[in-house]
Design a protein around this ligand. Structure first.
Ligand code: PGA
Length: 261
């Protein structure tokens, strides 16, 4: 089986200006150093507001912190008269490793569809940025027991038309909407059920080999006290972390989850 390097990705959402960002990234780096974290055992990333990106980039590159960075959205367009949009080439110029696409908050408040999310993922991939593509069901779907079918429908939509070499650079994040920011984390078994089904679907769509190397994250009220059990699931390769990523020590402990067990 392919070795998948775990990834803890902090989704800051619309929090922290560029000055506050400096403080949090420094504190995170110090906390990781205090824990003697070996970056080979789990990768750390921060996904920050656009206005923080240049500052975070210069800090991390200057200090050589073992942390990667990225954005929380990207335009479907490459250049031109699209007021307020930020393009994939602009993010690539800032050495962004990742960009979140299709977060449930963007689907909910900005009407993003699987088709649009697919176009954003293609833009990112076309410019050497790995998209972290979010999928996940709302509470009503979970209550009716249709979560697997629903999420696999989203997976089909967001991966439509990708070439295998593009799909190999995708990261999928299973984020049940009812667990995001609610403190109500999915059980490890809930997370495994859907993450395992996603991997099987990727194997059908592309190949077993590609599916085995693809990283699948869980997101939704993940924190240091529940990360060990989540990471013990065979198809959970990391977490997309909201609230807990705003606390440097807490997030560093999640990155160093192997030492918490
Ligand atoms: P949460 O957010 O960890 O605060 O639940 C996760 C996310 O929205 O990515």
């Amino acid at each position: 089986m392919a070795q998948r390097q775990p990834l803890m990705a902090g989704n800051w959402k619309m929090n922290l200006d560029h000055i506050e960002a400096t403080g949090l990234v420094q504190k995170l780096a110090w906390s990781l150093a205090d824990l003697r974290h070996d970056p080979a055992r789990c990768e750390t990333a921060v996904l920050v507001p656009f206005t923080d990106l240049r500052t975070v980039q210069l800090l991390i590159e200057g200090e050589r912190y073992p942390i990667r960075w990225g954005a929380q959205d990207v335009s479907v367009h490459q250049v031109g008269a699209y007021t307020g949009e930020v393009s994939a080439p602009m993010l690539a110029k800032l050495n962004c490793a990742y960009v979140v696409v299709g977060h449930s908050e963007r689907r909910e408040y900005h009407g993003e569809t699987d088709q649009l999310v697919n176009a954003k993922a293609k833009q990112a991939l076309g410019h050497g940025i790995q998209p972290i593509i979010c999928v996940g069901e709302k509470l009503a779907v979970r209550q009716s027991g249709d979560q697997v079918a629903f999420v696999l429908g989203q997976v089909d939509g967001v991966l439509a038309g990708l070439q295998p070499d593009e799909a190999a650079n995708v990261i999928l994040a299973y984020e049940p909407v009812w667990a995001i920011g609610t403190g109500q984390v999915a059980t490890p078994a809930d997370a495994q059920e859907v993450c395992g089904a996603i991997r099987s679907r990727v194997a059908e769509l592309f190949s077993a080999q590609l599916a085995q190397s693809l990283r699948i994250l869980y997101g939704g009220s993940a924190k240091a006290s529940n990360i060990v059990d989540l990471m013990a699931q065979p198809d959970v390769d990391g977490a997309l972390v909201g609230g807990a990523s705003l606390q440097a020590e807490e997030f560093a402990r999640m990155v160093a989850f192997q030492t918490l067990a």
